[in-house]
Design a protein around this ligand. Structure first.
Ligand code: LLP
Length: 434
């Protein structure tokens, strides 16, 4: 189906859009709308593409840690665990989800630029594989927690490599303006390494960087890996310590629109692995254990959102609004980033998309749109539409604005559907009110 952005989408004998072999119109009927649908096999296939290419190009000394901020629920954690991959969590809530899903804690990395002491304690008590330390006060609080609990947690240090990787270009920045991590050029990162090595309460198992998200080019990833290994070489030379791990974060770009043309993930891995090997040879370093943290790449293409069309308003000479039963509450990405999506009629996906409409949400907010100028088949009240590639940063960023309950999440696999997160009821909406 060249029309569709992902090969897990298709059309069945009734002419309906399918995902993972399941009929989207039937899903809407059975589970109601708005509905998030996640394709289990697509998630598994993408995770395998990442870990298999790391095996191939970096002889397996690596771990893929799925970034659960992209999409987290217990079922997602179970799927990632069953693939043997790791998990990146960034809050007590994401960690708790992993714990309750029985996720192996030694494969969890705990992130965040402003972790509370309670969160650090929870991470240490539960024996997470590594804590990614963001700043010196946090390192000191972690040392105190470790002492109190009599443990020596593995840590990585979050470094700002000074690579600006937004959109399609990359520019080396002299000045780093980010709330995340230790700066290299001020000496802050080096000081943090010294403290981590001397305090005796933590084990420095790696350095970490994450240069951005939805990055299409490979050059910035190569540049970041190079900067990080230059830093590791400096640490070895001046402090005599070889940092065993290198975490290169996430950020792999995906196809949202038919016109997007991201590189296959394998190409990133191949080229970055080459840089790592070459840099290690140049500096006489042992090749590090590599971690990557893809979030969007794993979750986004595996998901779509189904809505029922309500009001249709044609404003002559201006635009046509098609309002749906969801909006910024379940997908805040347009209002936040003017992000673009493909949308199709779930009932008639093969028909030509003859109109360009503004798909609007149901919140009391003019900016509550799913998108503008979206090509779509003629749709009217009662029709089901599918917004594609919404598996990442939609459910995970959803809210209860206007006291609208969050949609259900359904997983599909080989044509079969199962509920993973129940739809919020009105009682759920008021459950914490006193
Ligand atoms: N690792 C770290 C430390 C991160 O901060 C992130 C994302 C990832 C990994 C995963 O990056 P990914 O592979 O998903 O690009 N809400 C935004 C995206 C924010 C990404 C934040 N950090 C959006 O909807 O586009």
């Amino acid at each position: 189906m060249s029309e569709f952005i992902s090969e897990n989408l298709g059309v069945n004998s009734q002419g309906h859009l399918t995902i993972g072999g399941a009929d989207t119109v039937a899903l809407a009927k059975e589970y109601g709308t708005p509905l998030y649908v996640m394709d289990e096999q697509k998630i598994r296939d993408t995770l395998r593409r990442f870990h298999e290419s790391l095996d191939r190009f970096y002889h397996g000394r690596s771990l893929v840690c799925y970034a659960s901020k992209a999409f987290s629920c217990k079922e997602m954690c179970r799927i990632v665990a069953s693939e043997g991959d790791g998990l990146d969590v960034v809050s007590a809530g994401e960690l708790y989800t992993a714990i309750k899903a029985g996720f192996p804690m030694e494969k969890v990395g705990y992130h965040g630029n402003n972790k509370t002491t309670e969160e650090l304690r929870m991470a240490v008590e539960n024996g997470v594989g590594h804590i990614v330390v963001d700043n010196l006060p946090e390192l000191r609080r972690l040392e105190a927690v470790a002492e109190e609990l009599g443990k020596v947690p593995d840590i990585m240090l979050r470094i700002k490599p000074g690579i600006d990787a937004h959109t399609h270009q990359f520019i080396m920045t002299g000045q780093i303006d980010s709330k995340f991590g230790f700066a290299l050029e001020t000496g802050e990162a080096f000081e943090a390494v010294k403290e981590a090595l001397s305090c005796g309460r933590v084990k420095l198992s790696g350095i970490h960087c994450h240069i951005g998200s939805q990055i299409f080019g490979i050059d910035p990833f190569e540049a970041a890996a190079g900067v990080m290994l230059d830093f590791a070489a400096k640490v070895k030379k001046e402090l005599g310590y070889e940092i065993p791990g290198l975490n290169l974060g996430g950020g792999f770009g995906i196809k949202y629109l038919n016109t997007d043309d991201p590189q296959p993930f394998e190409n990133y891995i191949e080229r970055v692995a080459k840089v790592v090997k070459a840099k290690c040879e140049e500096h006489g370093l042992t090749e590090p254990f590599i971690y990557i943290e893809p979030g969007r790449a794993v979750a986004a293409p595996a998901g779509l959102t189904l809505y029922t069309v309500g009001a249709r308003k044609e404003i002559p000479g201006i635009r046509t609004y098609v309002s749906v039963d969801g909006g910024m509450g379940d997908n805040p990405r347009y209002i936040l980033y003017q992000s673009e999506y493909e949308v199709v009629s779930a009932e008639r996906p093969l028909e030509e998309r003859t109109e360009k409409v503004t798909v609007a949400g149901r919140c009391c907010e003019s900016g509550d749109l799913i998108g503008e100028n979206m090509p779509i088949q003629h749709v009217d009240s009662g029709d089901i539409i599918a917004v594609l590639a919404t598996g990442a940063y939609n459910y995970s960023m959803s809210s209860n604005y206007n006291r609208v309950g969050k949609p259900a999440v359904v997983f599909v696999n080989n044509g079969e559907a199962r509920i993973a997160v129940k739809r919020e009821t009105l009682d759920d909406v008021i459950r914490n009110d006193v």
